[in-house]
Design a protein around this ligand. Structure first.
Ligand code: SAH
Length: 280
């Protein structure tokens, strides 16, 4: 998008707006890209959802129209068709529309579906990538997703396991020297544990849950595959589940200091896991 698009009123195409799909990153406003910030400053309207942090919304000029289409698990505020329709209608009015999404718009963000909805109307679009939650949370938790001594590959997996479209190759996930990052997996942690164990992953495999990653309320809850479900019951959304021996490195590589330190989370979660085992 250039300012030229906004000032050139005379050509027939001038009534057509544009949609810019922008990744806002995982929360910390400093993780917004320079291009994302520039797009937010030039937009006529910003359509955003729940995962975009308030600090980022505060960077949007006051004159810009804001449309919240936030979604919560299983309780869509505006259904996907409705969001698509808003984007189309605003662009057809000639607006420069920023569709702002948490993390990266092409990673579990339905960004592709939203762009596909623009095609029949010939609405032009651009995509600005963002730091996806896996990259942001891992960095701020001190967990390198790959490491020559631990993991030669990393997989990002949806935790939405019950959908009819699910076609996850669990045996490929359960292999060694591989890091798994589950998005939207908190409510499915029991299922994740059972399926990985059934495909041969050791119950002692180290894991961690990163809650509200990159924010000052970030918590890193260390666990193992065996205790994942128990620890997940104490975690709040948004949270990522990271499974693999790289998670152990957080003890020595953790650098970010949110309100609750890794050490206090560790002792708290160890107690939770031990109490639960005694009860069982
Ligand atoms: N497009 C986004 C992901 C959207 S799916 C991205 O690239 O990051 C929503 C899921 O992302 C949440 O359920 C959670 O699993 C994860 N997530 C997003 N932001 C997060 C954060 N700050 N901390 C932990 N997990 C986060």
């Amino acid at each position: 998008m250039t300012t030229d698009n906004k000032v050139c009123h005379l050509t027939p195409q001038s009534t057509m707006g544009k949609v810019i799909l922008v990744g806002a990153g995982p929360g910390d406003p400093d993780l917004l890209t320079v291009k994302a910030l520039r797009m937010l400053q030039q937009a006529d309207v910003v359509v955003y959802d729940r995962l975009v942090s308030n600090e980022i919304i505060e960077l949007i000029p006051e004159k810009t129209d804001l449309i919240f289409v936030g979604k919560r698990a299983g309780n869509h505020c505006v259904p996907q068709d409705g969001i698509n329709q808003i984007l189309v209608e605003e662009a057809l009015k000639g607006q420069i529309v920023v569709r702002l999404k948490g993390g990266d718009p092409f990673i579990f963000g339905r960004g592709g579906e939203e762009l596909e909805a623009l095609l029949p109307h010939d609405i032009p679009f651009e995509v600005v990538p963002g730091i996806t939650a896996a990259a942001g949370c891992a960095a701020y938790a001190g967990i390198p997703l790959t490491h020559r001594d631990h993991a030669q590959s990393v997989q990002f997996v949806t935790g939405h396991l019950k959908s009819e479209k699910e076609q996850i190759d669990w045996s490929s996930l359960a292999r060694t020297n591989n890091t798994l990052v589950f998005y939207m997996g908190l409510n499915q942690s029991g299922e994740i544990r059972r399926r990985l164990e059934a495909h041969g992953m050791s119950p002692l495999t180290p894991a961690a849950i990163v809650e509200r990653g990159t924010s000052h309320n970030q918590r890193v809850l260390p666990c193992s595959l065996e205790t994942l479900e128990i620890i997940a019951a104490h975690a709040e959304s948004p949270a990522l589940i990271i499974i693999g021996s790289v998670t152990q490195l957080a003890h020595k590589l953790s650098w970010f200091e949110p309100k609750q330190s890794l050490l206090s989370c560790y002792s708290e979660m160890t107690e939770v896991a031990e109490d639960k085992r005694e009860i069982i």
